[in-house]
Design a binder for this molecule. Structure first.
Ligand code: MOS
Length: 727
């Protein structure tokens, strides 16, 4: 039996607070943790499957043109080599979006250096890798644009720009104005687990063990690529070693393994080399962002402009949505927000953790600091003076917004002193010391999801969904929701994820996972509660479930007795309805950073970093805090070190590995102080929870930029702020 909920209006029931179990929000450990740290949890490449062949992708060494010949004979006599496959069904791009359709492309039509063009299958990985290296490929090279820094590349508009009032006029009328351009470089998701797949084909059904974020969607993509019916495809992905957007879509190694397994009637494993993960999955686009901020004498924005240039391959639909939070974070009746896409021949640009706000907010918040300095007011005060009543373009209300609280609580915990914002005032030995702050903001996303909850005859429960846990804590959180609703300890709830034989969950992405699939679990539990109330001869409203007992009035019955030998199973189906259009729903917060900048080398060291965040209901204080910390660590990387470096001649990535693509390591990260500001958002989800996974990065690098300026007086408008830019 399925119980559906379409959310069209705010859900004020506050059901979770009314429950008695007290597990929701608790900082419980992840149940999957021990299996992961002891190596027992199988990741995609780790299933031992008999008679498995190994595949290695072959990637293009030109940046545009045609593959004219793949000389299979050049490698077929090498030891262990079984086949060379270059099939039109092979997905050469890890694209995303598009209603589960595989991206349309020609595998032999090359659009970027590193594009997969074939897979070599052999008995062992080493044999396949060797043959892939020796495979003779002929090309007819075409024209390519590979210098993404060239300002003259033609662009297309992305979405309709927002144009209101007269921004140019507002800039002239303003008491204070800044007109500045910031740039950010390309980023890579760099998940710890590389993209990997093992395909098995039994003549009717394809089973793919893979590392993916969105199984229900990926299943459609794969079926579409291979011309199979949906029922013929099963995806298995119970553990995922990080995705950050790079596993939102089916990736080339998964399609290659599938095509090979079907052709050879043998299980085939394809694991991407680390360099391939960098070179042929996806990048976050670089951005060029012009910010125009016009303020009146009191520092209230009367004009607001945010225009960005991003890039992608020809015909790709995705554009880094740089201005996403700018649409509603700040007021200003004269507005212009616009994004244009330069068409270039570099690896596909796609979603990387917090697409849009991750880079948009860091530039915006640095520009806001410039405005505060121009006016001569505390940057916290500038933020407080610029909180709109309603969405400035759509005239809809905000759902919930703890921005003021985050600014105040964050400032107090950090010991923010907004009194003297003049730079170069504090020196310790050879280090300039400075502080900076920024707002955090990220749109709230929510998606359709289904989950099945079974209350077993012994009084324990099982939750099942094809939802994924990409390291975010899904196993823990879904167990807590079911535990709270059914009056069980979360240890009495078994959560099963990551298999398309389970009901389709929301998948993980865009910070929507916990609130979306959690809402499906919540609905299923509501249905079970109704059934139990009936069994007990009461109403659901009168029913209390606690510690394995059903309680109503003076009656208290253990669940196994009430169930009387039979299990109850209910499906929950959650759909976001009109509510998503009726409110501007977003997560808010504030960052406070202290840095030391070396006066001689230009090196920046983080000294302190705090964040206060309002995320709706916190489902698990530990996993939510960890997500915020992870985001802030990304913010440090974005601020100081992360940059994909392309060779402008052919677009190959010069630093395609974790040695040369510099993400922060432990010594680069100071103690991170995260405070979660309690909030309920009845318009965000039936759980009153919003998203958590991405907010911690959105604006973080701006706070660091502002702290660097305060420390040493250098305003760096080009991220990452490497030492050379400070000297
Ligand atoms: Mo996210 S970048 O939508 O996984």
């Amino acid at each position: 039996m399925t119980r559906s909920l379409i959310m069209d209006k705010p859900d004020d029931r506050n059901r979770l607070d009314a429950m008695a179990q007290g597990v929701i929000g608790q900082p419980l450990d992840r149940p999957d943790g021990p299996a992961k740290v002891t190596g027992v949890a199988p990741y995609a490449a780790e299933y031992s499957i008999a008679n498995r062949a190994e595949g290695v992708l072959v990637t293009a060494t030109i940046s545009a043109g045609e593959v004219t010949d793949i000389d299979e004979q050049s490698v077929l006599s090498m030891p262990g080599v079984i086949a060379v496959i270059s099939d039109q069904r092979m997905t050469a791009r890890a694209a995303q979006g598009g209603a589960g359709k595989a991206p349309v492309q020609q595998v032999r039509h090359v659009q970027y250096y590193g594009q997969p063009i074939a897979v070599v299958i052999a008995e062992t990985f080493e044999q396949a890798r060797d043959a892939a290296k020796h495979l003779k490929v002929s090309y007819r090279a075409g024209d390519a644009i590979t210098d993404h820094h060239d300002p003259d590349i033609p662009t297309d508009p992305y979405q309709d720009p927002i144009d209101q009032g007269d921004l140019a006029h507002a800039m002239k009328q303003a008491a204070h104005a800044v007109d500045v351009t910031y740039t950010t470089e390309c980023h890579n998701s760099a998940p710890m687990e590389p993209h990997a797949s093992i395909a098995e084909w039994d003549g009717k059904t394809l089973t793919l063990h893979s590392s993916l974020q969105m199984l229900a969607f990926n299943r459609k993509e794969l079926a579409d690529s291979l011309n199979l019916e949906l029922e013929q495809v099963r995806l298995v992905s119970p553990y995922v070693g990080g995705g950050f957007g790079s596993k939102l879509g089916i990736s080339p190694e998964g399609v290659a393994a599938s095509v090979a397994a079907m052709q050879l009637n043998r299980p085939v494993r394809v694991v991407m080399l680390r360099q391939q993960v960098f070179q042929c999955v996806m990048r976050r686009s670089e951005t060029v962002q012009r910010l125009r901020l016009a303020a009146d004498a009191e520092g209230r924005l009367i004009g607001f402009g945010h225009e960005a240039r991003v890039s992608n391959l020809p015909e790709e639909k995705f554009g880094e949505p740089v201005t996403q939070a700018s649409e509603f974070l700040y007021p200003g009746e004269n507005r212009r927000l616009a994004i244009e896409i330069a068409r270039i021949n570099l690896v596909t640009a796609g979603s990387v953790r917090a697409p849009g706000e991750a880079v948009g907010m860091q530039a915006l918040e640095a520009a806001m600091d410039e405005l505060a300095n121009a006016i001569g007011i505390d940057p916290v005060e500038l933020r407080l003076r610029n909180i709109p009543e309603r969405h400035p373009s759509e005239d809809i209300p905000y759902s919930s917004r703890k921005l003021i609280e985050c600014l105040k609580i964050g400032a107090e915990r950090f010991g923010w002193d907004g009194a003297d914002r003049r730079p170069r005032k504090r020196r310790e030995g050879e280090w300039w010391i400075g502080t900076g702050m920024a707002n955090a903001c990220r749109v709230h996303n929510i998606n359709e999801a289904q989950a099945r909850v079974s209350l077993l005859a012994d009084g324990t429960a099982v939750v099942a969904s094809d939802m994924t846990d990409i390291g975010t804590g899904t196993y823990a959180v879904l167990g807590q929701i079911a535990g709270e609703m059914l009056g069980l300890d979360s240890t009495d709830v078994l959560v099963q994820l990551g298999d398309t034989t389970f009901p389709p969950g929301s998948g993980s992405g865009g910070s929507w996972g916990a609130a979306s699939t959690g809402s499906a679990v919540f609905e299923a539990c509501e249905a079970i509660r109704e059934h139990l109330a009936e069994q007990l001869g009461t109403t659901e409203a009168e029913l209390t479930l606690k510690d394995g007992f059903a309680i109503a009035g003076n009656r208290r019955v253990a669940l196994p007795d009430l169930l009387n030998g039979s299990a109850i199973e209910r499906n929950g189906h959650f759909k976001p309805g009109d509510i998503t259009k009726a409110y501007a729903a977003a997560m808010y917060g504030a960052f406070f950073a202290e840095v030391a900048v070396n006066a001689y080398t230009g090196e920046t060291r983080m000294r302190r970093f705090s964040g206060a965040f309002g995320l709706g209901r916190v489902l698990n204080r530990k996993t939510a805090t960890s997500q915020c910390m992870g985001g802030m660590v990304w913010g440090i990387g974005s601020a100081l070190t992360e940059e994909l470096t392309f060779d402008a001649r052919d677009g190959h990535i010069v630093n395609p590995d974790l040695a040369e693509y510099h993400i922060p390591v432990n010594l680069d990260v100071p103690h991170l102080d995260v405070v979660l500001v309690e909030e309920r958002d009845p318009a965000a989800s039936p759980l009153q929870a919003k998203g958590v996974g991405e907010l911690g990065i959105c604006g973080a690098a701006g706070a660091i930029c502002n702290a660097i300026y305060h420390a040493c007086g250098v305003r760096v408008r080009s991220f990452p702020m490497t030492p050379d830019k400070l000297l």
